[in-house]
Ligand binder design. Structure first.
Ligand code: PLP
Length: 484
């Protein structure tokens, strides 16, 4: 080695890091405090941001100050603000100060927790944090937990494990061998179930969309009938997915009855509680989840309604042996470890080899707010939703479209004198106007064939004043459209 050789490039010196870091943290603190200053929905057209940026990376180094300026000038106008207190569309992905700081620290450590050895603390903090959360949710102790990126991937892993448990050797032989497999979910289930079946080679034709009842819950009688039908036709029922808190209306499948049916037919029961799962932390909401403790697997997203910045999906299974059998390979030599069964090597329980140190952010969130703070925040959101629903119910020109179990309200304008066949256009125009105004962001669904407005509460900064203002916007907007 030539002792004269110096690295031509070094990382940012500590002093400079400190300077930019402080500026950035100050910016973030102001942004979080005043996220309502920005239009909720980015007021840009497709291509606007791309056009404002150079086609090539800079040849020579630039001062990061310039990049930070460009961030404010070019990037920020193209941001739709999920942190805005009137972001009420989809399911608000809710971050929080402690969660952001946890994420920052995770980035700094840059640990890859593929096996215990490569991240002992990351692995064990993950065990501890998913264990804390499991206790808060009231799930039994035998549930093994792992952090995934999204509910979509958690459900994919669940269905892969479900198929592995059938013992059809699909893992070894591929899809060619064996009978056709079926997966059951309600016709209100999230598209990630269908996507998982497409990915796994079960195919769209292997997905049975079971009818729902008047409250958008899976009809267990129809489920039983569909399973019997498939068995008669020589198909192989594999898994049923119950949704607790559907994306469209927040409905709750009767998981107790579904668990009975799943047990009778030896099906894997996967519970998708991606959005509503955190509500199980509240004793007064636990009854809605009754039966989920019998599931083979459960997914919920702290990045949806537990103040943890995206991404963080908590996946639990009572059958980690099967999950591991589904994914584990004899590790290549360079990943062989000597700790054996004393430790979890999380790479064996999912698709990814490399895994981020995600546990830090939920750890900070739970410590900062405490279980009591979390309960209060969830209760407040549910109370806000109930009050908003009461406004809708009290007004003869509006109609509520689904029961409010959690923090999602589904409703539509139905002004007296407007014919039924004009209502979809009216509500679509209303949504368009409000979202274009930058003052609030709401999304839509179809319920009983009718265009329905969804208002989902999940942000720590959303207040009753925000919802009063949104209610006024809606009423004024509807009146204006009726007048034209
Ligand atoms: C949002 C949602 C999903 C998908 O969540 P990702 O983490 O984005 O994959 C799945 N199921 C339900 C019920 C959801 O609401």
């Amino acid at each position: 080695m030539n002792p004269e050789m110096k690295p031509p490039v070094t990382d940012m010196p500590a002093e400079e890091f400190r300077r930019h870091g402080h500026r950035l943290v100050d910016w973030i603190a102001d942004y979080l405090q005043h996220s309502e200053r920005y239009p909720v929905v980015a007021q840009v057209k497709p291509g606007d941001i791309r056009k404002a940026l150079p086609r090539q990376a800079p040849e020579q180094p630039e001062d990061l100050t310039v990049a930070l300026d460009d961030f404010e000038r070019v990037i920020l106008p193209g941001v739709t603000h999920w942190n805005h207190p009137r972001f009420l569309a989809y399911f608000a992905i809710t971050g929080s100060g402690p969660g952001i700081l946890g994420d920052l620290l995770g980035g700094a450590l840059n640990v890859n927790a593929m096996v215990w050895k490569t991240g002992p603390a990351a692995t064990e903090l993950e065990e501890v944090v998913v264990g804390w959360l499991r206790q808060m949710l009231g799930l039994p102790e035998e549930f093994f937990g792992i952090i995934m990126d999204t509910a979509s991937v958690s459900t994919l892993c669940a269905l892969h494990a479900a198929r592995e448990r059938l013992g059809l050797s699909v893992r070894e032989k591929g899809m060619g061998a064996g009978p056709r497999i079926c997966v059951y979910c309600s016709d209100q289930a999230h598209s990630s179930v269908e996507k998982a079946c497409i990915t796994l080679g079960i195919g769209q034709e292997g997905v049975r969309a079971i009818a729902h009842d008047a409250e958008y819950r899976m009809d267990p009688t129809a489920l039983e009938a569909a399973i019997q039908d498939d068995v008669r036709n020589g198909l192989r029922p594999c898994a049923v997915v119950a949704t607790l808190g559907t994306t469209s209306s927040g409905s709750v499948d009767p998981v107790k009855e579904i668990a009975e049916i799943a047990a009778r037919h030896a099906l894997w029961l996967h519970v998708d509680a991606a959005y509503a799962g955190p509500a199980a932390i509240l004793p007064e909401k636990r009854a809605l989840f009754s039966g989920w403790e019998r599931a083979d697997s459960v997914v919920l997203n702290p990045h949806k309604w537990l103040f943890t910045p995206f991404d963080f999906s908590a996946f639990y299974t009572r059958d980690p042996q099967t999950l591991r059998a589904a994914f584990s390979l004899v590790p290549p030599v360079y990943l062989t470890t000597k700790e054996g069964d004393q430790v979890h090597n999380y790479m064996e329980y999912g698709i990814q080899l490399g895994r981020r140190f995600r546990a830090l952010k939920l750890w900070f969130v739970l410590r900062y707010f405490g279980q009591e703070g979390v309960r209060q925040a969830l209760r407040y959101h549910i109370e806000l939703a109930q009050q908003f629903a009461a406004l809708v119910d009290a007004d003869p020109d509006w109609e509520r479209m689904a029961p409010v179990h959690f923090s999602l309200v589904c409703f539509r304008a139905r002004p007296r004198g407007v014919p039924e066949d004009r209502l979809d256009d009216l509500n679509a125009a209303l949504l368009e106007d409000i979202n274009a105004s930058g003052q609030a962001f709401l999304s839509q669904t179809k319920l009983r064939g009718n265009l329905t407005i969804r208002l989902a509460i999940g942000h720590l900064r959303t207040s009753s004043q925000d919802l009063t203002a949104v209610w006024e916007l809606l009423r004024e907007g509807a009146a204006r459209i009726v007048a034209r």
